[in-house]
Design a protein around this ligand. Structure first.
Ligand code: NAP
Length: 480
């Protein structure tokens, strides 16, 4: 089987790319290892899962959704939304197709884990950056008697159980209140206290939905306003002293208003700089932690023994029925990079051996006709990641139009990638993500910011300029 454009991943990035690239008449096939489309919203089904980005901004600009139940959508309805977009667009999605290897020798040779093979002219990786769970190797974990699961691999319901939740990031602060509502007791291991702002947001009414179904213009206007709001939020999330200081005061007032016990409040008071990790939005996390069903252990989980988890302070919490790791993902070292080989057989993981780099976050020197959406320096820490996906898809679409005009494989120039990387480093310099705390935006191997984009979406788009000079045509006979 030969396909013109093979896309790996059927989440927001893959679906958005497939729709846009097919619009020019290209044949596009999406391959996904899962059993349905939806990416992160298929994988994350833990109790309480929602998106803390407003729903109208967390949707494709080409597919506004009149059916959202609330200003902040639940995970299941985002999954439904993506599946319905894929269905309505009649996208060709091959499910249960996990890419085992991709090798370029003038075209891409794809092998899947079930032994199936295909070739493709263009390979587009849209595998997500938060798709490979990270579980700390705690001694004794293998001998724990009950269920052990990561938030993104939820398989056993834990209603009414005594659960150790490890981590206090965006997933944990949604999970803990939901477990409490379901009658569970929670021992929460907090290595660092997160910054939490009020979320707000209400349910939409049938009237709202009926109005949007009749006329989608209002949704587009709302989306534009939310986009502009997000762009204005960048200074407070990137370390601007005045904007961050103001947001910090709102977060501390939120904590004071919701937690009356002074010692608990002290334990929940963040010490990291505001914005160096993702700033969280929640109205029910602090009340849940302050309630009788939750015990906060303000230390790292270091060991499991019998039915207990032991913290770095040496405190043993026993009588546990289950352990949940809300410990995040391998964002800086995507395993897919081990499977993709470009010119001369070089692995993408080798190209990224000291940290991910790419021109525009999209194209890598030595990897002709390969594009990434949602790759290096593409995460947005302050607004909807869909905006970046759409900007990158627009860019790839222009690059492919240029490639098709010549009919010759296209590769980004090494000097263009290096210059772009220098510009990312320059933008990141002095920003809050570097040096002020450990976070998943920075690659520990190099200390470089490799996951997050250190600017606004408008700055990203402006930085791209005309597509063209950054690419060169690949001479024949350089395959791997
Ligand atoms: P995360 O933000 O990486 O948080 C992992 C948490 O685990 C951190 O609190 C970390 O502590 C903690 N941790 C790791 N090892 C530990 C140990 N041994 N003991 C105690 N704590 C430990 O992961 P996440 O919460 O899954 O979120 C990942 C990303 O997914 C988010 O940043 C966001 O981009 C996305 N997400 C989005 C939403 C949404 O509503 N849009 C919801 C969920 C997730 P440290 O802080 O000390 O490292």
């Amino acid at each position: 089987m030969h396909v013109e454009v093979a896309v790996v991943g059927a989440g927001f990035a893959g679906i958005s790319a497939a729709i846009a690239l097919r619009a020019d008449g290209r044949e596009v096939v999406i391959f996904d290892r899962g059993s349905s489309a939806g990416g992160t919203w298929r994988d994350n089904v833990y109790p309480g899962v929602r998106c803390d980005v407003p729903a109208h901004l967390y949707a494709l600009r080409t597919h506004p959704n009149a059916r959202w139940s609330a200003e902040f959508a639940r995970g299941a309805e985002i999954h439904d939304y993506l599946e319905s977009v894929a269905r309505d667009e009649h996208l060709d999605i091959r499910l249960g197709a996990e890419l085992a290897s991709a090798r370029w020798d003038g075209r891409w040779h794809l092998t899947f884990t079930d032994g199936a093979r295909a070739t493709a002219t263009i390979l587009l990786l849209a595998c997500g950056r938060l798709s490979e769970p990270r579980i700390p190797a705690l001694p004794g974990l293998a001998d724990f008697h009950g269920p052990v699961q990561h938030t993104a691999r939820w398989s056993t319901e834990l209603d009414g159980k005594h659960v150790a939740v490890i981590g206090t990031g965006a997933s944990a602060i949604q999970l803990v209140p939901a477990l409490v509502r379901r009658g569970s007791r929670v021992t929460l291991f907090q290595r660092s206290a997160p910054w939490v702002l009020p979320r707000g947001g209400s349910d939409y009414t049938d009237g709202d939905r009926a109005r949007w179904s009749r006329n989608s213009t209002e949704m587009t206007v709302v989306r534009e306003a939310l986009r502009a709001d997000g762009e204005r939020r960048f200074p407070s999330r990137s370390g601007d002293p005045s904007a961050a200081g103001q947001a910090r005061r709102v977060a501390l007032a939120h904590l004071r208003a919701q937690v009356s016990d002074a010692s608990l409040r002290a334990a929940l008071t963040p010490t990291d700089e505001f914005g160096c990790k993702r700033v969280l939005l929640s109205d029910d996390f602090y009340p849940a932690v302050a309630g009788e069903q939750v015990v906060l252990e303000p230390a790292e989980a270091v060991r499991v023994t019998g039915d207990a988890v032991v913290s770095a302070r040496g405190v043993t919490h026993d009588g546990l029925d289950a352990i949940v790791f809300a410990t995040g993902f391998h964002a800086t070292t995507p395993p897919i990079a081990l499977r993709v080989h470009g010119e001369h057989g070089v692995a993408l993981s080798a190209h990224w051996s000291t940290g991910m780099t790419a021109y525009a976050g999209v194209a890598m020197a030595g990897f002709p006709d390969l594009f990434v959406v949602g790759g290096p320096n593409s995460a947005l820490t302050y607004t909807s990641s869909v905006l970046m996906i759409e900007a990158q898809v627009d860019y790839v679409r222009s690059a492919l139009t240029m490639r098709e005009a010549s009919g010759v494989p296209l590769r980004v120039r090494a000097d263009a990638e290096i210059a772009y990387t220098r510009e990312v480093d320059r933008r990141a310099q002095g920003r809050v993500w570097l040096g002020s705390c450990d976070n998943w935006y920075v690659d520990a191997r190099s200390g470089r910011l490799t996951v997050a984009w250190p600017g606004t979406v408008d700055e990203y788009v402006a930085g791209l300029g005309e597509v063209g000079a950054e690419f060169e045509q690949v001479a024949a006979g350089v395959g791997g």
